[in-house]
Ligand binder design. Structure first.
Ligand code: PLP
Length: 434
């Protein structure tokens, strides 16, 4: 008989003492980052208008070189990167843009901010990325672009999406915020759309020490427009004298040099960190995949996974508990795993069209059954595994899963009677409050 699960009074498997900063802290800050930031502070320039001589320009050419595009423009964050990408495309206001129903709100808000209409598309039930067949069905005469979100680090089916875009004369925009370094058919994400955005938020695989974003494109006109929109519509190209004329309605969405210098150091380690993470994460997922009813993410042929977020699906039938619903099963496991010290958590509690901010758009979450199922039947692990030294902690997490599974019937019987509400119940309650 193995040890009791923590939820039934046993000892916690993943103790706080095991989760040291050296193992699970992210981002990893070395002397390299310290020196690079100190260097910017000592020497400047601090701003992104560095006439090609500062840390921002350096990061722009390093990222363009890394992903393989002709141009890169650094901006304030990933949301701004998407907004300026859409601005660069100069799409007529009121046009429709296809957005997956399961992603971070930062994918869809820039669409609305540009006066465009997000048209949500359900995701693939296995890979959790936009479903190309559902995308085609959502196209109307007003559709102008598709945003391909490489959710959790797995590149979308870019072949199908590119073919779709070409068939219907649409722009393809990559949202690579969660997938820096991932490959699709040998190409880096962030190089396959007409214009592409990524985030350097501190939690991302390619982080800065705060907020940042990068836009990439091979198209000179799109690049120049993105740069124009980055600072008040002014022409600030290197070598031109500032004329203080704002040519388009635009705000101020630049990156600071300190943040660029930090990210340049991280970029130099991106490939080695990704390779080490891949090994550690695969070892962890292989152990979980042995447990009946745990569905781990797959990596389709020809793609690599950046493992930004690990999403696990729980199937009560395969686990031998057909008597409990998937939602209840997942909730029972959430509680049991948290009691063991495993930081399982939801990622999104409602499909994006159900977010309160879209209340006036008239979307119905029932129209996105796959996203609803994913949200109700899965849990995610975030952050800890980003650190390539996390292997011992992930081993403990796998131990915790195995312990829960070896007492699965008792754990399920213990939790199944608790009141259950689906993850999107808070939205429904908010609506009732209004
Ligand atoms: C898929 C996706 N798109 C867009 C964003 C927005 O990026 P940022 O937080 O840098 O604005 C994020 C960041 O969380 C994201 O995960």
């Amino acid at each position: 008989m193995t040890e009791q699960p923590a939820i039934l009074g046993g000892r916690q498997t993943v103790r706080r003492a095991a989760t040291t900063r050296a193992r699970i802290g992210w981002p990893v800050v070395t002397d390299e980052e310290q020196n690079a930031v100190a260097d910017v502070l000592a020497r400047g320039p601090y701003t992104s208008n560095d006439a090609g001589r500062g840390a921002v320009s350096a990061l722009e050419s390093e990222w363009a070189g890394y992903v393989g595009t002709r141009y890169c423009a650094a901006v304030a964050n990933g949301t701004a990167a998407l907004e300026l990408s859409l601005a660069a495309l100069d799409i007529e206001p009121g046009s429709e843009v296809l957005v997956p129903a399961l992603t971070f709100v930062g994918t869809a808000v820039p669409v609305a901010q540009r006066g465009l209409v997000p048209v949500f598309v359900d995701v693939d039930p296995v890979d959790y990325t936009i479903d190309p067949v559902a995308a085609e069905a959502a196209i109307t005469s007003r559709t102008r672009a598709i945003i391909a979100v490489h959710l959790h680090g797995l590149p979308c089916d870019m072949t199908a999406l590119r073919a779709l875009a070409e068939r219907h004369g649409l722009y393809l925009v990559e949202d690579a915020a969660q997938a820096q370094g991932a490959l699709y058919g040998g190409r880096r994400v962030g190089s396959m759309g007409d214009v592409n955005a990524t985030s350097l938020n501190v939690v991302k695989n390619l982080p800065t020490c705060g907020e940042g974003g990068l836009i990439t494109t091979d198209d000179e006109l799109l690049y120049e427009r993105a740069v124009l929109y980055r600072q008040f519509g002014e022409d600030l190209r290197a070598g031109t004298e500032r004329d203080y004329l704002s040519r388009v309605m635009a705000g101020n969405e630049k990156l600071s040099a300190v943040q660029a210098a930090f990210t340049s150091c991280q970029l130099r380690r991106l490939d080695t960190d990704s390779e080490r993470r891949d090994k550690v994460v695969r070892g962890f997922l292989d152990r979980l995949a042995e447990l009946p009813g745990v569905v781990v993410p797959r990596v389709p042929e020809g793609r690599t996974h950046a493992w930004h977020i690990l999403r696990l699906r729980f199937d009560p039938i395969a686990a031998g508990r057909p008597d409990v619903s998937p939602g209840v099963f997942r909730e029972v496991l959430r509680q049991a795993l948290k009691a063991e010290g495993v930081p399982v958590q939801p990622y999104q509690v409602v499909p994006l069209p159900g977010q309160p901010l879209f209340a006036s758009y008239g979307y119905r979450i029932e129209d996105f059954p796959v996203s609803l199922g994913v949200i109700e039947e899965t849990l995610t692990l975030q952050r800890w595994h980003l650190n390539p030294e996390s292997e011992p902690v992930l081993h403990l997490c796998a131990d915790a899963f195995e312990k829960v599974w070896s007492h699965l019937d008792r754990v399920v019987d213990h939790g199944r009677g608790l009141p259950y509400r689906p993850p999107w119940h808070r939205v429904t309650e908010l609506e009732e409050d209004v």
